[in-house]
Design a protein around this ligand. Structure first.
Ligand SMILES: Cc1cc2nc3c(=O)[nH]c(=O)nc-3n(C[C@H](O)[C@H](O)[C@H](O)COP(=O)(O)OP(=O)(O)OC[C@H]3O[C@@H](n4cnc5c(N)ncnc54)[C@H](O)[C@@H]3O)c2cc1C
Length: 265
């Protein structure tokens, strides 16, 4: 029987946290096994500002050299109204600590490439979720279920729940979502644009702020901007059951104006 020299850790979730955890565990002498519910890597995302502590963590993990700051060389920040009228404004690009302005997918790729370079044979099982944990003094027996419905029981010495805000590991080991999650009464809808917005040439950062709702445009040096809609709501759960574009038209309407219309289209 093959003798394992490193203790085994199960990392649940192949997002930025899961990949970073696997890297850190490998460095600390562990053998990470990663499972991911999706059938493949989730490479997409939206604007992300990487601040000092995240830059330091990335450097410590060896990811730092792969992170690129995509702030536009020439950028202006405006506060805008519905008709696109501008006044001077402030955004992430104006923060003196110079965060990297990038997208979630770029950070994910940087972390993933670093992991594969450091641990070329790292085991990643896609389409796999944990369904039961049984802990004893030797570690944890984890029942894993594949999308096809087959189940295996893996013995590990450590389980890391990096499976996002609706974590199944938190549910299995600690508390149901009804206890662990507290809705904050806000929704965010963020996405990357295919084209530049009317009245806002590439490189322009903009914010529209109104009572209970706001809209932000985050520009980059090499691609169209990402946008973020943020609004107050009394029922976060109900928001998930409506097509996002319909809901945005309802919340920000009826008179959207050219910029919001184009962003939602
Ligand atoms: C609009 C917006 C802007 C943001 N801006 C910033 C910013 O500027 N700076 C910043 O630092 N952060 C920012 N964040 C937060 C940041 O994007 C997230 O905190 C981060 O991406 C979360 O990464 P994660 O790996 O913890 O979780 P996730 O990215 O959610 O990854 C979890 C992974 O686990 C998988 N998974 C889920 N359930 C299971 C299961 N049962 N079994 C197996 N796998 C499972 C999922 O498929 C997913 O791949 C922003 C977030 C949003 C929404």
């Amino acid at each position: 029987m093959e003798q394992r020299t490193r203790p085994r850790a199960l990392v649940v979730g192949l997002g930025i946290s899961g990949i970073s955890s696997a890297l850190a565990l490998h460095r600390a002498g562990w053998d990470p096994l990663i499972i991911e519910r999706a059938p493949e890597r989730r490479t997409g995302g939206y604007f992300m500002a990487v601040f000092g502590s995240a830059k330091k963590a990335a450097e410590d993990l060896g990811i730092g050299g792969r992170l690129v700051d995509h702030r536009p060389q020439e950028t202006m920040t405006y506060s805008i109204d519905r008709d696109g009228r501008r006044a001077p404004g402030r955004s992430f690009a104006d923060i003196p600590v110079d965060p990297y302005l990038t997208m979630r997918g770029d950070v994910e790729s940087a972390a993933y490439d670093t992991l594969i370079a450091a641990v070329p044979d790292v085991e990643i099982r896609y389409g796999t979720v944990p369904v039961a944990l049984e802990q004893d003094e030797r570690g944890v027996d984890v029942t894993l279920r594949s999308t096809a419905g087959s189940e295996t029981v893996d013995h590990v010495e450590l389980v890391v729940g990096a499976d996002g805000v609706h974590s199944s590991i938190r549910r299995l080991a600690f508390a149901p979502d009804s206890v662990a999650l507290r809705p904050l009464g806000s929704m965010i809808c963020a996405f990357a644009l295919n084209d530049d917005l009317p009245t806002l040439p590439r490189g322009i950062s903009a914010s529209l702020t109104e009572a209970r709702r706001s809209f932000h445009v985050y520009p980059f040096d090499d691609r169209p901007s990402t946008v973020l809609f943020s609004y107050r709501t009394d029922d976060v759960r109900a928001e998930m059951s409506v097509p996002p574009a319909d809901r945005l038209r309802e919340v920000y309407g009826p008179r959207l104006g050219p910029v919001l219309s184009a962003a939602i289209e």
